[in-house]
Write a protein that binds this ligand. Structure first.
Ligand code: ADP
Length: 348
């Protein structure tokens, strides 16, 4: 049983009925971020091509003229930076962490962009991994992102659950391969998406077949695929079947996937454009230190003012305290309420 269940007045039977899901675990993106749509890419296990599909989705939308970004939540198997040939480490400014831009301008954040040595393993327990992913959402400044793709950790365990509870994901793409127990994997992913009230955009079958370069014959290396029937059974769209192609593996290994010619997932743009975007930010609440007035300010928009720069609407004072989502007052030391963004203010 969770700590929340133990400490609340709910009976254990309430908890077993999913009472926990009523708590709001949602996390606010960084105040300077602007993110329109968030798409999670999930799979039943590792090695089926989830990172490849995440990368191809971002590349497809970037080629369409949108600003795409990738949040690499697969913390223990972070392969996105390699796929894009990113060598530079992620930087930061006084307000937060900054993603690294790929050659075509896709913003990427991954644990491998923070480790001194990208062959160092991440030996962290689940809650630490989950909180690192959460920080990629809350502490990274994602500027002007139209489509953010999250390379989720495989499976339906603790980390993906926390990610889905903290980040307002607008839609899910499920990646399978023919050698997986596809029927069970899809059923699990569908149940998880339903529980989290997230629409499923569709299913991608990777490593679906191999096309002989000499005779163009297609070979189903892993046997006949039943993924189309499974998709129909769950009323999910079959988005694409990606072949096994040594050129794909080579492009990933050489960090040159962006230069890969071909339109493996180009058809998905229309489906992504139709996805409804949930609000990504809540209003921020402040309390005036001079007159005690409490008011709400809409989150910062590009070119707009931050809450910290707006005077109290009642008395005009610039002295204010931020009220957190938990209702706690976050006082800022050193009198920098008046100047919002001066070094390390707890308001951020
Ligand atoms: P996951 O994210 O599910 O663990 P990856 O996307 O990292 O899987 O893929 C695992 C490996 O398989 C990578 O080296 C990738 O280049 C290779 N790979 C994935 N899909 C294909 C494909 N369709 N053809 C050839 N190689 C592939």
């Amino acid at each position: 049983m969770s700590e929340d269940c133990k400490s609340s007045n709910t009976s254990s039977s309430d908890c077993s009925k999913g009472q926990e899901q009523n708590f709001d675990f949602s996390a606010q993106p960084h105040e300077l971020s602007s993110i329109k749509k968030v798409i999670g890419v999930v799979s039943g296990k590792g090695g089926v091509g989830k990172s490849l599909v995440t990368s191809l989705l971002a590349i497809a939308m970037q080629r369409k003229g949108y600003n795409a970004a990738i949040l690499d939540a697969d913390v223990t198997g972070p392969s996105i930076p390699k796929t894009f040939g990113l060598k530079e480490k992620a930087g930061a400014n006084e307000f937060g962490m900054l993603p690294v831009k790929s050659k075509t301008g896709i913003d990427v954040m991954s644990v491998n962009l923070l480790l001194e040595n990208d062959t160092d393993p991440v030996i962290w327990r689940g809650p630490i991994i989950a909180s690192a992913v959460k920080q990629f959402w809350t502490d990274v400044i994602w500027s002007d992102v139209d489509y953010m793709f999250i390379d989720m950790p495989p499976g339906t365990g603790d980390v993906p659950l926390t990610v889905f509870q903290s980040i307002p994901v607008d839609g899910i793409v499920i990646v399978t391969s023919p050698q997986e127990l596809v029927s069970m994997i899809v059923a699990k992913a569908v149940k998880m998406a339903e529980t989290m009230h997230i629409p499923i955009i569709g299913l991608v079958e990777n490593m679906s077949y191999f096309e002989c370069p000499g005779c163009d014959r297609k070979y189903n290396i892993f046997g006949d695929s039943h993924v189309t029937e499974i998709a129909q059974k769950h009323h999910i769209d079959m988005i694409a079947k990606i072949p096994i192609d040594p050129k794909i593996a080579e492009a990933c290994d050489n960090g040159a996937l962006e230069a890969f010619e071909g339109s493996l997932l180009e058809n998905i743009a229309a489906a992504l454009e139709k996805v409804n975007a949930k609000p990504k930010t809540k209003n921020r609440r402040f309390e005036c230190e001079d007159c005690g007035h409490i008011w709400e300010v809409e989150p910062c928009t590009a070119g707009g003012k931050h809450g910290y720069e707006i005077p109290c609407p009642q008395c005009g004072s610039m002295k204010k305290i931020k009220i957190g989502d938990d209702g706690q007052r976050h006082t800022c030391g050193g009198g920098h309420h008046e100047h919002g963004h001066e070094g390390g203010c707890c308001c951020h």
